[in-house]
Design a protein around this ligand. Structure first.
Ligand code: NFS
Length: 664
């Protein structure tokens, strides 16, 4: 496709949304007319399909596709399926797609974990304390077992839960008791990880489950198998294997690329590949090869959630979030982009082709035309990682004209549940009590998670606007995924940003040197937020179940199916969740009413839809205030309302060295 004619204005084409750095790179890129997803969004001649957007296009059989219009008798499906059935079926399939991604990711982690425990992979069991905690939490006797034997037992038990047919998942038992009872009563306790996906695909096949509520219960069960199953398995075992994150300083944005080093960006999701590349990048043999081509070393930088994984465990910088993946390559300064799975735009291959950059796929599940494929196998992880880096080093002398922006921002990441425990409670009395106490006394109004993707279809940097207004209102903000990266680009992941927090939040966090926005990791690490919420309940004073907490979640720029699966496991765990600017069931009034209202009665939390940052904030603060009222802790607290002038004034601060956190 010749797209150049459509973008006569060159790299500065009018696009819907760009980060400042994206604009700068595209303006100065050594190759003209680089076309990114932003250009394609802006250049589309047709509006997004309303049936698709509202979830009422059915293509599950070959009598269709059928476009259903809610309430119009002639516009039900050929089989008779109405808007509620089709919207619920499509929604369930979205959840299945998202959950399956986390489940397959988790399976890979368990396989690497077992290989490590058996001494067949070059990683090690880094966090022996967490290994014992995890083992005990899933009912394994830890007495007198070597680290390796215990790890094998833990790995095998969790691996068996993928193919399990009956019973429950071990980590589900970590949820507050009333929540477990509710899931039991509703019949949505997940039985096995893979079983729930298969059942969704079966039940959404033509002519099977046709009751929207029944379909949505299976979507909830599958989402729970993700959040309290697969994602939690992935996070917990990654921590045991690669180390539980502690506060660590690093930088984010495209300016982390280096002039005098071999730039290797690692993009995707699985920490196993990135960890191996990190080990290989410091190998003397590789450093020697670098010297030979006049490079000072390997600069490994992450993109998307791989970035979050290696940022929070190793302090490697993040070059970009989802909407920056093509632009990172447009610098012409990247020798290799190494990818594994998920959120990799096919167009990275076209952009890479215009430079010396080699695109390397590594998962046999994810190949891209035009890319070099090097199959990754954890048993040979280090050798493969070295082979990849050697290819990148060879490319270094071929680097031609390029442009590396100066812009990058200091961040402090690494706020695992364990870290929050220690930071707030102190090393010897690790506890959530100080957090709960400060919520009860009103210094902290509540807790909000801003998660999920960034998305070129959204015209504003919503994450940032929302986060700023929430912290100004004394709401502690937790972030993961690309939302974390985009918020990091503006300096809010640094203790210096406490200036922008309300007086109560500032007072509490200043004492421990935390930023007002806590980076909790990748999207799989949203399971950390479930654990943190459970711990808040367990600590006491804020109710008996998660739905009572003054807590709320949002994914204002979501694009991936994974985000919907995550949202659903939060809702089913009792948390109110705000998505926008669109939501894929709005074509059915019945399903909309169910998701936006009735789920509140069923789970204690429901979905909400918002379009603008102010709408997100209103819903989020109101939800928190209501929870405070219900708990009887709603002492009068002035609400800070932002007008345009205040928003402008809160531009990105210049951040000097961050005070909190360890080495980078
Ligand atoms: Ni989450 Fe991560 Fe980013 Fe969205 Fe994609 S990288 S797993 S799906 S785009 S946050």
């Amino acid at each position: 496709m010749d797209t150049s004619r459509r973008f006569k204005k060159g790299n500065e084409s009018e696009v819907l949304i760009q980060t400042e750095t994206n604009r700068e790179v595209l303006k100065n890129a050594p190759v003209e007319n680089i076309v990114t997803a932003a250009h394609r969004v802006a250049g589309r001649s047709v509006e997004p399909c309303l049936f698709g957007q509202g979830g009422t296009c059915c293509r599950n059989c070959n009598m269709g596709p059928c476009q259903i219009i809610d309430g119009v008798e002639q516009m039900i499906g050929v089989c008779g399926a109405d808007a509620s059935t089709v919207a619920a079926r499509n929604f369930a399939r979205i959840v299945a797609g998202g959950a399956a991604s986390h489940m397959d990711h988790a399976r890979g982690v368990v396989m690497a974990f077992l290989a490590t425990a058996k001494g067949e992979a070059p990683y090690e069991i880094k966090d022996g304390i967490k290994l014992r905690q995890v083992a005990m939490s899933i009912g394994i006797d830890v007495a007198e077992k070597s680290k390796e034997d215990l790890a094998i037992e833990v790995g095998e038990k969790l691996m068996a839960e993928f193919g399990q047919q009956e019973g429950g998942l071990s980590f589900v038992k970590r949820a507050p008791k009333p929540r477990q009872e509710l899931w039991k009563k509703l019949g949505i306790g997940p039985r096995g990880v893979d079983r729930e996906i298969t059942e969704i695909m079966h039940r959404t096949h033509m002519g099977v489950d046709q009751h929207y509520e029944n379909l949505l219960f299976q979507a909830a069960r599958t989402a729970l198998a993700d959040g309290w199953g697969a994602s939690m398995i992935a996070t917990e075992l990654s921590d045991v294997m690669f180390g539980t994150p502690v506060p660590i300083r690093s930088r984010v944005d495209i300016g982390v690329l280096k002039e005098d080093e071999v730039n290797v960006t690692v993009h995707g999701h699985e920490p196993i590949l990135a960890e191996a590349l990190g080990m290989a990048a410091r190998d003397p043999e590789i450093l020697e090869e670098c010297k030979k081509v006049g490079a000072k070393g390997i600069n490994l930088a992450g993109v998307c959630c791989t970035g979050n994984e290696i940022l929070m465990r190793k302090g490697f910088p993040i070059a970009g979030s989802f909407i920056q993946q093509e632009v990172v390559l447009a610098t012409g300064a990247v020798e290799a982009m190494v990818v594994d799975v998920q959120c990799i735009m096919q167009n990275v291959s076209r952009v890479a082709e215009q430079f010396h950059t080699e695109l390397i796929t590594t998962s046999d599940k994810a190949k891209i035309p035009g890319a070099t494929h090097i199959s990754f196998d954890e048993h040979r992880a280090l050798d493969i990682a070295k082979e990849i880096l050697k290819r990148a080093i060879k490319k270094f002398p071929e680097r031609g004209k390029h442009f590396v922006p100066v812009r990058s921002m200091d961040v402090v990441a690494g706020f695992s549940h364990e870290t929050i425990n220690y930071m707030l409670g102190g090393r010897f009395r690790a506890s959530y009590k100080p957090l709960n106490d400060n919520i009860i006394n009103g210094r902290i109004r509540g807790v909000a998670a801003i998660v999920g993707c960034d998305n070129y279809r959204v015209t504003e940097e919503m994450h940032v606007e929302i986060a700023k207004e929430l912290i100004a209102n004394d709401v502690l903000v937790l972030v993961t995924g690309c939302a974390a990266t985009s918020i990091g680009r503006t300096g809010l992941l640094s203790p210096e940003a406490l200036d922008q927090a309300g007086p109560g939040l500032r007072e509490v966090l200043e004492a421990v040197g935390c930023p007002p926005v806590l980076h909790m990791g990748s999207c799989v690490d949203n399971s950390r937020i479930l654990i943190a919420a459970t711990e808040m309940v367990r600590t006491g004073g804020l109710g008996e179940d998660i739905y009572q907490l003054p807590a709320v979640g949002a994914a204002p720029q979501w694009m991936s199916e994974k985000a919907v699966a995550i949202g659903q496991y939060f809702v089913s765990s009792g948390v109110d969740v705000v998505f926008g600017p669109t939501f894929p069931i709005t074509g059915s009034k019945v399903v909309s009413d169910y998701c936006f209202n009735k789920m509140k009665d069923v789970y204690g939390g429901s979905w909400h839809l918002a379009k603008k940052p102010s709408e997100f904030v209103n819903i989020m603060v109101d939800t928190i205030n209501q929870a405070r009222k219900d708990l009887g802790i709603d002492k009068k607290k002035e609400r800070v309302l932002f007008d345009m002038a205040m928003r402008r004034e809160l531009g990105s601060p210049a951040i000097p060295d961050a005070g909190c956190g360890g080495h980078a």
